[in-house]
Design a protein around this ligand. Structure first.
Ligand SMILES: *Cc1c(COP(=O)(O)O)cnc(C)c1O
Length: 399
């Protein structure tokens, strides 16, 4: 849209990540010579089978689980659907109440809303102004009918990390299953499914430098859960469909790399992120940080700028080669901004003026300098040309 662009600066790693060269290298043989169907009986197929089983061990090791508890899916979305629908239907005789939070990803929220239409009842827990679920509110919401609590490990928009271990303990103490959508947390929050009392956990390869269209569900041994995808006997008869062998191999290598040094990785990314946050809040008046000040993903910065509209910010940033995201949704035809920002108590105006920058492993201090140079200019320009009428949600003419 703008031929002045000299560079592309990718700061939208919560949307998706690039694949690391080691991941691509691990996948390559399975995209070419090792093409056998893991279900076939001849020796040639054993290569594919062992690639899948090695990945299963890599995922299990990253979660403190056993390989038998790992099931590969085609996305994080499928893992969320399977966990929630599978537990709801398998435990229907025990009860039909589910507890989740108001700020879950749509893969969880829309699944819960669909279950309500099937006769299940769902409690959507509120969050505080930082986006945290109060563990005591989980306990208060549990009834004799409750079969599942599903609260995400970390939020994809504002980066807030939930007190998952406390919530897990409460669910466990009441004999209720606990599912967590850990899609954003892998590689940033150390996971131990036993210590955190997690019964089901969803993850997605493309959020931690692995391939798109891959995911996994951890299912604690003995958990009562129905099958979501019916067909052949793959994944020990519990998730049908010929395995995405290269994708699974890539996901396995990616999770191994992402969890090798979480602490060191977080330290490096958070230092850049903190300089970005300080720089933005100092340079731009009427700006605020969304999400929790400390309990947040190391790569997440989410701001609100008053008097401007998120999609206008994105358009101008794109003109400078910067890829970012917003919780504003004007172009989608709905004037309803992000359910996450609204749940933290933001006004519609503040939610419409939001900007999410999520750092990744290839970002450098130079990238932070560049954003700190461009962003104040962009916000200033939008504020000069934009009428202070947030309700109209109008795009500036030269945006
Ligand atoms: C991206 C994401 C998903 C969906 O994962 P896909 O693999 O893209 O389907 C689910 N939950 C959260 C928190 C996410 O960030």
């Amino acid at each position: 849209m703008n031929d002045q662009v000299e560079r592309t600066l990718y700061m939208d790693h919560a949307a998706t990540t690039f694949m690391k060269p080691e991941v691509v290298a691990a996948m390559a043989p399975y995209l070419s010579e090792h093409f056998g169907n893991p279900s076939s009986l001849y020796r040639f197929a054993a290569e594919s089978r062992s690639g899948v089983e090695a990945a299963r061990r890599q995922v299990a090791a990253a979660l403190g689980a056993t390989p038998a508890e790992i099931f590969f899916t085609a996305s994080g979305t499928e893992a969320d659907n399977w966990a929630i629908k599978g537990v709801a239907f398998a435990n229907k005789k025990r009860g039909s109440h589910i507890i989740t939070s108001a700020i879950e990803h749509h893969a969880v929220l829309h699944t819960c809303e669909w279950l309500e239409k099937q006769g299940f009842s769902v409690t959507y827990l509120p969050v505080d102004k930082f986006g945290r679920v109060e563990p005591a509110s989980v306990e208060e919401a549990i009834t004799d009918e409750t079969v599942l609590v599903s609260v995400m490990t970390a939020n994809n928009e504002i980066g807030t990390i939930q007190p998952v271990a406390e919530i897990g303990r409460i669910a466990h103490d009441h004999g209720v299953l606990f599912h967590t959508d850990a899609v954003q947390a892998i590689g940033a929050v150390p996971i131990d499914v036993d210590a955190m009392k997690i019964d089901l956990l969803s993850l997605s390869g493309h959020k931690f430098y692995g391939p798109k269209g891959t995911g996994a569900l951890y299912i604690r041994r003995g958990t009562r859960i129905d099958t979501l995808v019916h067909g052949g006997g793959q994944e020990r008869g519990r998730r049908a469909g010929t395995e995405n062998v290269p994708g699974i191999v890539g996901l396995g290598r990616a999770i191994e790399l992402a969890t090798a040094d979480i602490e060191g990785h977080n330290r490096r990314i958070a230092a850049m992120r903190d300089r970005l946050i300080r720089g933005v809040l100092d340079a731009i008046p009427d700006s605020r940080l969304n999400g929790h000040p400390t309990e947040r993903l190391p790569n997440n910065a989410n701001f609100s700028f008053r008097y401007v509209e998120g999609e206008s910010i994105l358009l101008l940033l794109d003109g400078h080669g910067i890829c970012a995201s917003t919780g504003s949704a004007c172009s989608s035809g709905s004037l309803e901004p992000s359910h996450v920002l609204l749940a933290t108590g933001l006004s519609h105006e503040e939610a419409h003026g939001s900007l999410r920058l999520t750092l990744g492993d290839a970002n450098t201090e130079d990238d932070i300098d560049y954003v700190l140079e461009v962003l104040p200019e962009v916000i200033g320009r939008l504020r000069r040309i934009s009428p202070l009428t947030p309700a109209s949600c109008r795009m500036p003419e030269n945006g």
